[in-house]
Design a protein around this ligand. Structure first.
Ligand SMILES: NC(=O)c1ccc[n+]([C@@H]2O[C@H](COP(=O)([O-])OP(=O)(O)OC[C@H]3O[C@@H](n4cnc5c(N)ncnc54)[C@H](OP(=O)(O)O)[C@@H]3O)[C@@H](O)[C@H]2O)c1
Length: 320
């Protein structure tokens, strides 16, 4: 059986190590094998490798990697989202399902695509598929200091939001968001954060929530307490859960306001829905409007790179 180099997780909670695994085989006419060119190291990738993602099967060894840029046998570059499988994309080769891939334009930087697509897709799809943002609407980005959150600020503006409120913990990262379109900045985790959030975001139409957990419980309370007309729809889109997997939601909150809770992710949006959004997002990345800067790392260095923190606006990209 032919083998290939890959990042291999043999124990949850430990970083992957460079190793050898069997080359995967296409299982249907929709699938083909590609050479992997670049793989982003996203939070979703880390949680999968830790056995902590909701799609995790608990099977080891596993190869992390949820998406990638690959080169097909005909030479075309494609961006693709991998199936939830124990053999992910951090390897020399990967199986692509054509229904979850898009051909990239000539001359595009594959590392940039690998770094940007995952963090950008969350808000792009949320604001186009889950709750299409209407021109002039107000958006609150909760957790705006991470890669996906800061992308969400830019993307909300780009898609026509009139006012964008950015809320996050890190002061330096938060301040930088004024340059990419945030109209109001609210620092979380400091005294009086709730009243500042209420004042800035009382009347928003859409919340893009990357935090969940205690910060979300506080934010729901702060926004609804300050809201002038609680019967105006407030769409709260759950996207990430860096601050906790659960919230406690008092029943009175749902009776006392037109709060519409929904999520954005695999499952909430069909594969066809995601696929339909990929070309327009690729075009924006190619035009330079939406960019996360890649920090290239060789596959052989994955163990050392795994725990490394990136600077704002950067993402580790593994180059097999
Ligand atoms: N559903 C989807 O389609 C989708 C797609 C992409 C990402 N996601 C999810 O979105 C989340 C963020 O992804 P990312 O790529 O932006 O991650 P990231 O770049 O690692 O950023 C995470 C940020 O979370 C902030 N944070 C962590 N704990 C916090 C807390 N208790 N209170 C406030 N802020 C806190 C940190 O901000 P500070 O620096 O301010 O501390 C950090 O910068 C992850 O859960 C990811 O899985 C979902």
């Amino acid at each position: 059986m032919p083998t290939m180099h890959a990042a291999v997780v043999t124990a949850f909670g430990e970083p992957p190590r460079s190793g050898a695994v069997p080359v995967p085989e296409p299982r249907s006419g929709h699938e083909e094998l590609v050479d992997v060119v670049a793989v982003g190291l996203h939070p979703r990738t880390r949680s999968g490798a830790a056995g902590a993602h909701y799609t995790s099967t608990g099977v080891l060894p596993m190869v992390p990697g949820v998406d990638a840029v690959g080169r097909r046998a005909d030479g075309a570059l494609v961006y693709f989202v991998a199936d939830d499988d124990v053999i992910g994309t951090m390897a020399e080769r990967a199986v692509v399902d054509r229904r979850r891939s898009v051909v990239l334009p000539d001359g595009i930087d594959p590392l940039r695509v690998a770094a940007t697509m995952n963090p950008a897709m969350s808000s792009w799809v949320a604001l186009r598929r889950r709750v299409p943002v209407r021109p002039g609407q107000s958006v609150l980005v909760l957790g705006a200091t991470g890669s996906a959150g800061s992308m969400a600020v830019r993307i909300a503006k780009h898609l026509g939001a009139g006012r964008v409120v950015a809320a996050g913990r890190d002061r330096r990262r938060l301040d930088a968001l004024a340059e990419v379109g945030a109209d109001s900045l609210v620092q979380l985790g400091v005294p009086a954060a709730d009243s500042a959030l209420g004042a800035a975001a009382a009347d928003v139409d859409i919340v893009l929530d990357y935090l969940w957990g205690a910060p979300t419980e506080q934010a729901i309370r702060a926004v609804l307490t300050a809201r002038r007309d609680r019967s105006v729809a407030l769409h709260w889109i759950q996207i990430g859960s860096v601050a906790g997997p659960d919230i406690t939601l008092p029943s009175a909150v749902l009776r006392g306001a037109d709060l519409r809770l929904l999520g954005n992710g695999q499952g909430a949006v069909s594969p066809a829905g995601y696929l339909a959004e990929l070309p327009s997002l690729v075009a924006e990345i190619d035009a330079g409007g939406i960019v996360v800067e890649p920090v290239p790392v060789a596959l052989g260095e994955i163990e050392q790179a795994w725990g490394r923190d990136e600077e704002p606006g950067q993402r580790i990209v593994v180059v097999p």
